[in-house]
Design a protein around this ligand. Sequence first.
Ligand code: ADP
Length: 444
Amino acid sequence: LDKVPKHIKEKLGHSFKNEENESENRAATSLINKLIRRSLVESFHHVEVLQSDPKSPLYSVKTFEELHLKPELLKGIYSMGFNRPSKIQETALPMMLAYPPQNLIAQSQSGTGKTAAFVLAMLSRVSPNKKYPQCICLSPTFELALQTGEVIEQMGKYCEGITVAYAVRGNRPARDCVIESQIIIGTPGTVMDWCFKRRLIDLLNICVFVLDEADVMIELQGHCDHSVRVKRAIPKTCQMLLFSATFEECVWGFAERIVPDPNIIKLKKEELTLANIKQFYNLCENKEDKYRVMCNIYGAVTIAQAIIFCQSRKIASWLYHTMCRDGHCVAILTGELIVTERARMIQRFRDGEEKVLITTNVCARGIDIEQVSVVINFDLPLNADGSIDFETYLHRIGRTGRFGKRGIAFNLVEKRCLSMMLDIEKHFSTKILRLNTEDLDELE
Ligand code: ADP
């Protein structure tokens, strides 16, 4: 398979520097999760299925063999270390590979195997000996397109004659170039250019059209319209597939414009819970006082690994420098770092090379840092109006107590915010104990 052109790959991760920009941040989060992911995200929920034709039989598979794939494709799948289909793949794959082709909208959290599923579908549908584009996959950003391209290249490495072309900024085929690649992966604007302006792709030959990360897509200006324009020029017989990690109302509206007559598959996210987490708070005067209290806690509990959340980059940076000055070994993760640096930092933390990670709200939201035993809220998460942000609170500390493990969370609270502790207790029907940092025996 074609490799990603080097000059393009070099740009990976050099955008998304601005963490204040929500939509870019969403795309960045999605990329970071992909960069740091090593294995499937488990879900213990059942897959919900809504068939476009409720009378047609519903198949699900427990093995890849049952799908009767080309041997070279099966070899590619096993070479990636996949032993059996993920939960969403069990239902999605038979649907995607059925004859006549069926349209699909699938939603499940990131890491559950959506990309691998549609890559497999594309690779199994294309004819290697036909040297023209047959599948198009739209990704929201340059980086995400490259990531998906890599999965296609990996899974298809034994599929001789199949190549991928990248319709992304910076990749401009020569004027008289004929695209022989069967699979086109790109961003909506550039794909549209290749189709309509430069006439490099004949849309009448497209048999699979994939739109990935619909929830990120709708946040980015112009992407929806461009995607819809491409879709409209593709024959109605083409299989349309759309994927999203979340499903807000606006995503549905967009999905329906892209995918007519869809089967729908949904897999609920594992709920976060505060059940296994001991929560404490401590009343503090100001940030210096918070720092003193934190150092006390630090000295008292054996902290395997901790994440410390701050409200702003400024406080995170102050805390980082103060802790370093006092001889603590800490790392910092903020939106100032480019995406690949952020991913590398998270990786170091996950590998245990960093024990303590200071981070900000915006930067850490939505990133799967997995298991940590201790979370410290140096600042409570607040909404723009100054009220407590329950969702973020749950997300920050809910991860400490996953899979029956016990976690511990400390809230450093300025006196004027005391009522927020009560708000949290009421909202989650949970208990937050006041901690006397002069006597920390109760922690052990
Ligand atoms: P999503 O698109 O939903 O974010 P991915 O397809 O990227 O999920 O899969 C998440 C991770 O799990 C990737 O590292 C991928 O290689 C791996 N993976 C996907 N399907 C399987 C499978 N059937 N068995 C084992 N690992 C898988």
